[in-house]
Design a protein around this ligand. Structure first.
Ligand code: ASP
Length: 506
């Protein structure tokens, strides 16, 4: 059986098994909080972390709001810890609980109780999934570093490098902008935020955080490259250093240029061989990951946000099934269907890991081996793309922010977004997608920056946390799909005729 069918079969098996566990094996939710009744009232403590810290106390009892569909949503005054435990046991894993104490409102996402039967069933799958993810993560930094250095040093002259770099960035920016336009069009058309029942209080002044996107570019320059190399989240820093290293290797002259280039080429080749080994584990890794995700999240979580999720999914579909294939066919002259088939291992890995960076080893192999794109193009474009080119994330930022703005705007006293603000969101969404790391939920974290710049409360984004995983899986697929289409289109424009040739194993 070819790899993509095998992975798909194991993926489906993972979903079915996960659903079975979710339905039939008891999995009590756990808030990670403990409550203590004191003289001054109810004190909510974080049960995790060193020296459990009281996060709210006061005259008033803590109140809990359950963010669900309108009928079930309620506010409860708690008078004892047992009230709280009773309330938690009625909810399901993944649901967000809002703890209100004093004037603070904090979201707590419910996790699986480790002592429940389901958690015990899941333990071996968790272990497998963790090992698989660690194997992928282990390869990220060495692959990014060596492939970019080889990519840059191997391009040849500065003129060639400028041409390739120019095309790559033109593709990244234009596809991300196209994605944002699709997202913005749909969210303004469907308007999922108007009157949505999210159980959030009307906009409290968000206290605009003084964070701007210029910082992303300032932070890109590493002050200590060895420190950056130890951090999978510091990809922009590593890319910056690798680009410079590549350029200066070509400038160092004989005998250093040749030696260094050979060293990095060999290093890269060995890393790719390792990636091939990890690829052999792909079906089982994907299985374990999906069991883990599906068995953990209850469907009740999705109810109030279904329209929002549908809008994101529809926009992602339009971008992935129409915009990018049109570019592939018209600009690259490549059959989108065949390219999709060739890329399927990478897309399925993206879906199960929710991370472009962790998918990179598989993307590199798929584009080179199955897509027959030269390593000159892949080693330059794909590692950059995994961090910088995120069409799915860009589109998601735009929809998420406008959705919350619609929601707050439709509450009494709220204001709708102006035309200028919508334009501002487009630019911010683009920057956020460039700045987001290729790791799970990075997009949601970036959304906080846009919300605070717009003066919207950050608690809205915390609510979206409950449904972030499935959306993250989908947008990561689109991110990786766009990276791979970019590599193919750029390879064609560089005169490569072997892309998807008859000998391809697709
Ligand atoms: N998980 C996404 C990625 O790695 C980033 C995001 O959260 O949008 O591509």
């Amino acid at each position: 059986m070819s790899l993509h069918w095998k992975v798909l079969a194991w993926m489906l098996a993972g979903v079915v098994f996960g659903l079975g566990l979710q339905r039939f094996v008891d999995g009590a939710p756990r808030s990670g909080l403990s409550l203590e009744a004191t003289e001054s009232g109810l004190v909510v403590m974080s049960a995790t972390g060193p020296g459990a810290k009281s996060f709210a106390s006061g005259e008033e009892f803590g109140a809990v709001i359950v963010a669900r569909g309108s009928e079930e949503e309620r506010r409860e005054l708690l008078s004892s810890p047992s009230d709280f435990h009773a309330l938690v046991s009625e909810l399901s894993v993944g649901e967000v609980l809002w703890i209100e104490a004093g004037d603070e409102l904090r979201p707590v996402t419910l996790d699986l109780d480790p002592s429940s039967a389901r958690a015990r069933w899941l333990a071996p799958f968790d272990m497998l999934a963790t090992i698989f993810l660690s194997l992928l993560k282990m390869l990220i930094v060495p692959l990014v570093l060596s492939s970019i250095v080889c990519g840059v040093a191997g391009v040849g002259t500065m003129k060639d490098l400028r041409r390739l770099g120019g095309k790559t960035f033109l593709y990244y920016i234009s596809t991300s902008l196209l994605a944002i336009c699709v997202g913005q069009g749909l969210v303004n058309l469907i308007r999922p935020g108007i009157g949505a029942d999210l159980g959030l209080s009307p906009a409290m002044a968000a206290g605009t955080r003084e964070e701007n996107f210029i910082e992303i570019f300032v932070r890109m320059v590493p002050s200590n490259i060895f420190e950056a190399l130890t951090d999978n989240g510091a990809m922009l820093k590593i890319i910056f250093f690798a680009l410079l290293l590549g350029v200066f290797i070509t400038k160092a002259g004989a005998p250093h240029s040749e030696r260094m280039r050979e060293f990095f080429e060999s290093f890269f080749a060995v890393m790719m061989k390792m990636a091939e080994g990890v690829l052999a584990l792909l079906p089982y890794g994907v299985f374990a990951l999906l069991v883990k995700v599906v068995a953990r999240t209850g469907f009740a979580v999705f109810e109030p946000l279904l329209l929002y999720m549908g809008t994101v999914a529809a926009a992602l579909l339009i971008h992935a099934c129409f915009t990018l294939p049109a570019l592939l066919r018209i600009v690259g002259g490549i059959s989108p269907r065949r390219w999709f088939k060739a890329m399927s291992p990478a897309l399925m890995t993206a879906f199960s890991t929710s991370s472009s960076s962790m998918t990179l080893p598989v993307t590199l192999r798929s584009v080179e081996e199955r897509g027959k794109v030269s390593s000159k193009v892949t080693s330059f474009t794909l590692p950059l793309g995994a961090t910088i080119n995120m069409d799915g994330t860009a589109l998601y930022e735009c929809i998420g922010v406008i959705f919350l703005a619609q929601y707050y705007g439709s509450l009494p006293g709220g204001e709708m977004l102006t035309f200028t603000q919508q334009g501002f969101i487009v630019v911010m969404a683009l920057m956020a997608s460039i700045g987001a790391a290729g790791i799970p939920s990075a997009g949601l974290v970036m959304m906080l920056t846009i919300l605070s710049a717009l003066g919207l409360p950050l608690e809205g984004a915390a609510l979206l946390l409950a449904v972030d995983r499935p959306l993250d899986m989908m947008r990561t697929v689109v991110n990786v799909w766009s990276d791979s289409c970019g590599a193919a289109i750029i390879a064609r424009s560089e005169g490569e005729t072997a892309v998807l040739d008859a000998g391809s194993s697709a």
